[in-house]
Design a binder for this molecule. Structure first.
Ligand code: F6P
Length: 356
């Protein structure tokens, strides 16, 4: 399927996977830039790929995106379980493609995380030209230094740690903050650094309960507190802490609760009181930071440029300071854990933070 030359292209946009701050900023930027670049007709698919199966779409024009730059969530809605290639026991991709053809859609801008990029890549192979935009608070998509939404989540973690630090100091307590991030430690690492955590525990690094207990006892002897930032994907004595198993064909395991398990294991080993806080979806809600608003806008404009110039099968990406794009096929199915030699780990170690 190629954009027709005799009429402005008809471009669909969807947001897939978990929501995060900045989705609306991308929708706005794509819509505004496509309207300017090529007068495109734009259709929003509602609730991610699910909208292609339930036939829920809406027209998106310039007036529809006015005032949404700083709005959290997504005006189109999203779905973090629907994969049309395996939905309710069957492959529904043919029905989705039939609907795309019926609507006369020439191209799709898919805004989402790893699941969305994989599905988008499969639709590209079925003949629907696609451009991807990397979203996730987890920041774990490969070939891009940043996903939008991550900076906003980090800001929430930093603020939570600031607040926990004052109460921890007042009581001489060990305070544990659990962040999201699935199997990647980016949120805990950057949020922990920003919030001055004394210990940062991430899934990529082995973790010693004995070393953490020793650090807590040291602090107790000094009459001070200890602030611990732990990513939900950390294994405690080899075991992942699972919150629930959901009907998500790509990623059924939902993590959560590791902070509380750590509290229970640590308490008998230390003299000071241990408390834990689970930050949860607070990290995903609310308005995007200024950084994310700008990144989302840059991504949206670049995605529109790719569509207007007919360069499909690509995901926009940030490499260094530059917005560029990478092949979608290279991204699909891969993730980006924190590398063992990452500079952020050196910054943490260099300032005496206990890592693992
Ligand atoms: O991938 C984003 C994310 O927020 C993860 O950090 C977290 O583990 C998961 O989604 C939570 O998913 P749900 O919203 O389905 O509970």
């Amino acid at each position: 399927m190629h954009a027709a030359t005799h009429r402005p292209p008809h471009v669909a946009i969807l947001t897939g996977g978990g929501d995060c701050p900045g989705l609306n900023a991308v929708i706005r930027a794509v819509t505004l830039a496509l309207a300017r670049e090529c007068g495109a007709r734009i259709t929003g698919i509602e609730r991610g790929f699910h909208g292609l199966l339930t036939r829920r779409v809406r027209a998106l024009g310039v007036p529809d995106v006015a005032g949404i730059l700083a709005e959290g969530g997504t005006i189109l809605g999203t779905h973090n379980r629907c994969d049309p290639f395996r939905w309710e026991g069957a492959d529904r991709s043919a029905a989705a493609m039939a609907y795309v053809r019926e609507l006369g859609i020439d191209a799709l801008v898919a805004i989402g995380g790893d699941g969305t990029m994989q599905i988008a890549d499969r639709f590209q192979h079925l003949g629907l030209p696609v451009v991807g935009v990397p979203k996730t608070i987890d920041n774990d998509l490969p070939d891009t230094d940043r996903c939008f939404g991550f900076d906003s989540a980090v800001a929430v973690v930093a603020e939570a740690l600031d607040r926990l630090a004052t109460t921890a100091r007042s009581h001489g307590r060990v305070m544990i903050l659990e962040t999201m991030g699935r199997h990647a430690g980016w949120i805990a690492l950057e949020g922990g650094l920003a919030g001055g955590a004394d210990a940062i525990l991430i899934p990529e690094l082995p973790f010693s309960l004995a070393a953490l207990a020793e650090r807590a006892r040291e602090r107790d002897r000094e009459g001070s507190s200890l602030l611990v930032c732990i990513a939900e994907g950390v294994r405690i004595e080899g075991e992942e802490v699972v919150r629930e198993i959901v009907a998500d064909p790509a990623s059924p395991v939902r993590l959560g609760g590791v902070g509380q398990v750590l509290q229970q294991r640590l308490q008998p080993l230390v003299g000071n009181e241990v408390r834990s806080t689970l930050l949860g979806h607070v990290q995903r809600g609310g308005t995007p930071t200024a950084f994310d608003r700008v990144l989302a806008t840059r991504y949206g404009v670049h995605a529109a440029e790719l569509v207007a110039s007919g360069r499909f099968g690509r995901m926009v990406a940030l490499q260094g300071d530059r917005v560029t794009s990478v092949p979608l096929a290279d991204v699909a199915g891969r993730s980006r854990p924190v590398p063992a030699d990452h500079e952020l780990l050196r910054a943490a170690r260099g300032t005496g933070v206990l890592l693992g």
